[in-house]
Design a protein around this ligand. Sequence first.
Ligand code: SF4
Ligand code: SF4
Length: 677
Amino acid sequence: MSPVSATYWGISGYIIFWVFFVVAAGLFVQRTWFLFRLIRLGKPENRFDHMGQRINNMVREVVTQRCSLKSVTRKDLAGFGHAFLFWGFSLFFLSYIIFIGLAGGFGLASIILGGTFERVFSSILDIAGLFVTIAIVWAAIRRYIVRPARLQMSAEAGIIMGMVFGLMLLHFLGDGFGLASAGVTTSWPPISGAIARLLSGSSISNLTLKHVYYSLWWLHYFLILSFAVYVPRSKHMHILASIFNEIFIPLGQKVVIEPIPVEEQENFGISKIQDFTWKDLLDLYSCAVCGRCHASCPAQLTGKTLSPREVIHNLKEHLLEAGSALLTPQPVTAKDGQPKEMLGGVVTEPEIWACTTCGACQEVCPVGIEHVRKIIGFRRNLTMSQSKMPESAQLMLRNMQSRGNPWAGVQSMRLRGDWTSGLDLKILADGDTTDTLFWVGCTGALVERNVKATLAMAKVFKAAGVDFAVLGDAETCCGDPARRAGYDFQFQVMAEQNIEMFKSHGIKQIITSCPHCLNTIKNEYPQYGGEFKVVHYTEFIADLIKQDKIKLSNELNSTLTFHDPCYLGRYNHIYQEPRGILQSIPNAKLTEMERSKSSSFCCGGGGGLMWIEEQPGTTKISHMRLEDALKTGADTVVTACPYCLQMFEESIEHKGIQSKLKALDLVEIVEAAMKQS
Ligand code: SF4
Ligand code: SF4
C-alpha cells in the first residue's frame, strides 16, 4: 500500500499530496515566469536556425556530459563527479515521476510496485544513489576542505549539496523501511535490501517499521518539492537554464562578434541590462559558478582585476536584484537610493580593458557562456558612446585612422626590408589581378623583428614556386585591433575598403601570416559581403610539404616548443599543421608545454592589449607564458603569430635569458630547414 492512500488526521493522503504539489508547482512556475520575463527584456537575436542540429548538439553535450568531462585533467577530476551527479540524478528524477508521481499521486501503486520492474529499477537506483552520494561527499570535501581557488564559498552550494545528500539518504532508508515493513528480505536492491534485512532481524515491530516508512516517504516527497522550489531561486537555476543555453550556443565559431547596425543606433554596445540580447541574459542564468573560466583566464592568473566568473556572476546578481524594477516603468535604484550603473559599477573599466579576448574562458565553460562578446559590447559603449578608452588605445586608433595601421609607421614603410630586392615580388598596382594574395599584416610589415619573419615567408613561398602577389603600401590594417577595442566604426570602414580592394584585384585566396588577420578576414569579413578563401601560412606550408614543393632536409638539432596563438588555435582550430611542419624537420625535437592546444595560455597581446598597458603592479601575461616554455627545457619557443613573437622577444630580453631560450616564428625555422636543400 502506498503512503498516499492512507489517511492522516482524517485527511486523505491524496489531498495532502496534491495540495503540496500544487503549492510547490505554483512557486516553481511563478519564479520561472519571472526569470523568463527578465530574459525577454533582452534584445532580439536569431538563435532559432538549424534547430535539429542545435537540439542534437545539446543532447550530445548534456546527456553524454561532454560539457563536464571535457575539462577533466589529471589535476582537476571534478568533471567526473559532476557527470555522475547528473546521470544519477536524472535517474532519480525519472523515479520520482514513476514511483512518487504515478504510483503515489495517481494511485497506480498496485500496477507499478511489487513486481520485477520495481526491483530492477530500485536496484539501478541504489547503485546510482551510491555514486551520487560519493560525488556529493567528494564535492563537499573539495569545496570546504581542499578549497581550490576556482570555487567560491557559498551557502547556496552547501544547501543544495545537503538537499541532494538528504534525498539519497531518504531513498536508501525509505526503501529499506518499506521493504522491511512489507516483510521482504532481498539482496536486490543491494543497499536498501541490506537495510531491510538488518531491520527485519531487529526487534522493531512491524507497525513501527510501517510508521517510519510512511514518515520517511513523506519527508522524501517534501524534500523533492522543496528542491524544485529552491532551484530556480538559487545559483542552481543553471541546472535548468544551461540545458536551454546548450541549444542556443553559436553553431560555428565559439567567439562571435556581430556587426552593429551603425545607422540605427544612438547608444552603442552595452551599458545596461536591456542592451544585452536575450541569449546573453540566458547565459547569466546558466552560470554554475564553477570557476573554470576564472582558473583559465590569463588576466586573472596574472593578478589583474578581471575574473570572467565574477563578471558573469555579478551581472546575474544585478539582473535579479534589478529584476522587479526592470519589469516596471520606475527607474532602477540601488539600496542607497543612487541609480545603479551596470557599466562602471557592476563591471568596472579596468576589468573590461584587462581582457585579451583569448577565448580561454569560453573554451572551458561547461555551459557555453559567451564572455568575450559581452566584454566587447562594454568596450563598444565606452569607446563609441562615451569616448572613454585607455590613452594608448586612443593613439592606436588615431594611427589606424590617419595612417591605416595601428603602429607608428607610415604606409610607405610597408616596403621596408627591401621586398623586391632579389625576390622579384609581384606588388599589385591598380588594375592588376592575382588569384593568391600574401596579406602581410601591419605587424609583419612595420615592426622590425616581424619584418624578418615576413621576408622569410616570401622567400619560402618563392622557393616553393607559389604564384602570389602582395599589396605593398596599398595594404592597410584588417581592422582587428579596432574591433577588439570596441571601435567598430573604424573596423567597418577598414573591412569594407579591404573587401572592395580584394574584389578589384580579383583575389580568390588570401594567405595571412597573422592569426588575427586570418580570423578577421576569414570569419568576420563575410558579415560585410567579403567571402574569400583565407588560410594561415601554417596551413599553406603544410600543404606545400604534402605536395613535395617544400623539402625540409636541413637538420635542426634543437628542442622546440610550440606556443598555440589564441586566434590560430582556439579561434580557428589550427593545431596540427604547425606541429606537423616542425615534426617533419630532421633532428627537431618537439616538446609540449603543459598548457597547449585548446588549453594554450595567451601571450597577452590580443584583444587590442598589444597597445594597452597591462594593469600596473601585476605580472605580464607574456612573462607567465614564458615560464611555461622554460619548464619544457626547450631551447626555442616557436610561434606563428607576430604579436606572440613580439611579446616573447620582449619577455626574454626582460628576463635576460637570451642564452637559454630564443623565440622564432615558425616560418623562420622552415626557411632554415630549407636552406641548401
Ligand atoms: S577572453 Fe581570455 S582574458 Fe578575456 S575574460 Fe576570457 S579568459 Fe580572460
Ligand atoms: S562562466 Fe562558465 S566556466 Fe565560468 S563560472 Fe560560469 S559556468 Fe563556470
